[in-house]
Design a protein around this ligand. Structure first.
Ligand code: F6R
Ligand code: MG
Ligand code: MG
Length: 379
């Protein structure tokens, strides 16, 4: 029996600026997922949020890129935009629904998608990550640590089932091509590409010994679709764990040294990706519209269904007080970066910024530009 976990997300409006969706939006999304469960379209559905993004997690037997499953997600986002976000004049109502031209797949229309189809093992733990105020490349360093770094994942060294390494499917978000790289053999090539986080992003990871799917990440860049700033892409990711994959604790370890990611205020700054607890209500941004943050939801996939700690309610994997130390460290990094104001590297490089006044400033100053005299030495 092959089960698919589909995670589809979009920011379709929020309360108090880009802060948090209205509870009626989440209630409406949950009700539609319930109806889809009852009709047999999906096996389980769960609606939550990370910051201003609504995340739909669905399990089903219909495979990846299924038009009905994508159609369900699209209709939920459309519905809560029209019935809740717009009437209440919520902020950025419908912001990530860039087109009305749905024809079977939400990719390219705005929502972010991470899907993984696999044969269920005897017992199959998964983690779904969702981040706010950052971009798909934010997963590059954690995915490298989880599946390629022996310093993070002990199993790569000491567990025979992981020792052959993993394959990374890397996308070029600018020129739209992909390449598969195998670690440990091609680790330096992998780092050379995915170290450029604004351009290359990992879309899938497979176990090298048998090509078993290990992880899927959303790779949408809204600004590349729309050709203009429309909000950061706030990515999601599904990772399988244990018994032939990195242990849950190894997967989470990748977030213990907060990666500095792009996004944050006005999608134009660098900040620490802070691991937060959704049960403690930390999945909302505040300081300088951030810092960027990530939640981790743990489930078992059992007979096509998502099994959480209480019904479909997932385990909150960053709730442990250990992560308070990491959060405090991330806050220190955030304050240090902010002490730099609008100077790089706290502010993104010109070409990566989502908002910029630079072209207008250059145009206004142009009449005052003086050519530099070129000094030619006459030897
Ligand atoms: C970043 C983000 C926010 C906004 C900022 C300005 O992804 O969503 O930081 O960019 O609050 O928003 P506007 O231009 O809507 O006033
Ligand atoms: Mg928003
Ligand atoms: Mg967001």
């Amino acid at each position: 029996m092959r089960t698919t976990v589909s995670v589809i997300k979009a920011d379709v409006g929020s309360v108090a600026g880009h802060h948090k969706p209205h509870s009626k939006m989440l209630e409406a999304a949950a009700a539609k997922l319930k109806a889809a469960e009852e009709s047999g379209l999906i096996n389980t559905g769960y609606a939550t949020h990370c910051g201003d993004d609504i995340i739909l997690v669905m399990s089903h037997f219909r495979g990846e890129d299924n038009p009905e499953v994508h159609g369900l997600a699209w209709s939920i986002f459309k519905d809560i935009t029209e019935k809740v976000a717009k009437p209440l004049k919520l902020y950025g109502a419908g912001q990530d629904l860039l087109s009305d031209a749905f024809s079977g797949n939400v990719k390219g229309l705005g929502p972010g998608v991470a899907e993984l189809e696999f044969e269920e093992r005897r017992s199959d733990p998964i983690i779904v990550f969702a981040a706010d105020k950052t971009e798909p490349g934010a997963w590059n360093l954690p995915l490298y640590r989880i599946f390629a770094s022996p310093d993070n994942t002990a199993g790569l060294v000491i567990d025979p089932t992981l020792h052959d390494g993993f394959k990374f499917d890397v996308l070029d978000l600018v020129e739209s091509w992909s390449v598969v790289l195998k670690t440990p053999e091609e680790m330096y090539d992998l780092i050379a590409l995915i170290g450029t986080v604004g351009r290359y992003a990992v879309s899938k990871v497979y176990r090298a010994s048998d090509n078993e799917p290990a992880a899927a990440a959303s790779t949408t860049r809204l600004s590349l679709i729309a050709g203009r700033y429309v909000g950061k892409d706030d990515p999601v990711m599904v990772v399988r764990a244990q018994a032939g994959f990195p242990a849950v604790g190894e997967v989470l370890s990748a977030f213990a040294q907060p990666p500095i990611v792009s996004g944050w205020m006005r999608g134009s700054h660098r900040g620490p990706l802070t691991p937060v607890s959704f049960r403690r209500g930390q999945n909302v941004v505040s300081y300088f519209d951030g810092p960027p943050r990530v939640i981790a939801m743990g489930w078992q996939v059992s007979n096509g269904k998502l099994v959480g700690v209480d019904g479909v309610e997932p385990s909150d994997l960053f709730e442990d007080p250990f992560w308070d130390v990491v959060r405090a460290k991330a806050a220190e990094i955030a304050l240090t970066l902010r002490s730099m104001g609008e100077f790089e590297p706290a502010r993104l490089g010109h070409e990566e910024m989502e908002y910029t006044t630079l072209p207008q400033i250059i145009e206004r100053l142009r009449p005052r530009f003086k050519p530099l005299e070129v000094q030619v030495s006459k030897k």
